[in-house]
Design a protein around this ligand. Structure first.
Ligand SMILES: CC(C)=CCC/C(C)=C/CC/C(C)=C/CC/C(C)=C/COP(=O)(O)OP(=O)(O)O
Ligand SMILES: O=P(O)(O)OC[C@@H](O)CO
Ligand SMILES: [Mg+2]
Length: 247
């Protein structure tokens, strides 16, 4: 429970955690390690590694190995399937895409990946993954029955079901590069529903205002990927998010 406790302690201390998502398919491992280092200097709390497209395997392992030389914050896998499991990460968001139509994303990929998680000694963090409109690439790949943006009560019902299954984290995802993040009404409704559970919000968070609005509405953790990938000055961009969400 080391990484989970680390994150939960930051929520208690600062009100909100910042997570930087790095897709190993988007750049060379050397560049990914540089981005991670700058992100940590900017104040990010942990690095998430994963993507919904592109081969993992060797590139994923190499990316993590180089990162570990540069940073001292936890690395957390954010896998698209069992190929997204690497021995070089500290933890894994062990997630089920609860609003998928495809059993592979609900439980089969997880069954194929579970023995590797045990073998490598990676810390699993049980998580309900919920995809909201517009959903982006991951919504399509995961064959999600996208949660309508105007129906916070549906998102809350799925989150509650996840918490009754024992999932301690819920991730509300609008899709990488979404025009708008998850609506604040939905963030609030889900946080209210899950009580002691922790809520992660990501997708389409580009600036301090969007990040602050999610945190204020009840997000315990904010994920940014695209905005960091696109930033000229990664350290400054992360510092912008961090100062917006931490009390
Ligand atoms: C726990 C294990 C072993 C597997 C979980 C398998 C599940 C539930 C996957 C969910 C759906 C999925 C394809 C997730 C991929 C990880 C992710 C969300 C990456 C970010 O996706 P985007 O950034 O939208 O897509 P790109 O990578 O194309 O940018
Ligand atoms: O790339 P962005 O839009 O920051 O989205 C991050 C994450 O929620 C995608 O899984
Ligand atoms: Mg991406």
């Amino acid at each position: 429970m080391q990484v989970e406790e680390y994150l939960n302690d930051i929520v208690k201390r600062d009100g909100c955690v910042h997570l930087t998502l790095i897709d190993p398919a988007s750049q060379k491992p050397e560049r990914a390690a540089e981005i991670a280092k700058a992100a940590v200097e900017g104040g990010t709390d942990a690095i998430m590694i994963g993507g919904s497209t592109g081969a993992m395997g060797q590139v994923l392992d190499q990316t993590l190995q180089l990162m570990k030389e540069q940073i001292d914050v936890p690395t957390i896998l954010f896998p698209g399937d069992s190929a997204g499991v690497s021995a070089y990460a500290d933890a894994i968001f062990f997630m089920s895409l609860l609003n998928s139509r495809d059993i592979n994303y609900i439980v089969t990929n997880q069954a194929m990946g579970a023995p590797l998680v045990r073998k490598f000694g990676i810390e699993p963090i049980p998580m309900a993954y919920l995809i909201v409109e517009p959903g982006g690439t991951v919504g399509w790949v995961g064959d999600a029955r996208l949660l309508p943006r105007t129906k916070p009560e549906l998102a809350a019902a799925y989150a509650l079901a996840g918490s009754y299954f024992g999932m301690r984290y819920v991730y509300l995802e609008a899709g990488s590069g979404a025009d708008e993040p998850v609506p604040v009404e939905m963030v609030g409704a889900v946080k209210h529903a899950i009580d002691k559970g922790h809520l992660i919000v990501g997708g389409g968070i580009r600036d301090r205002n969007a990040a602050a609005a999610c945190a204020k509405a009840g997000a315990d953790m904010i994920v940014t990927g695209t905005a960091v990938e696109d930033a000229g000055d990664v350290r400054a961009k992360i510092a912008e998010f961090v100062s917006a969400i931490k009390s």
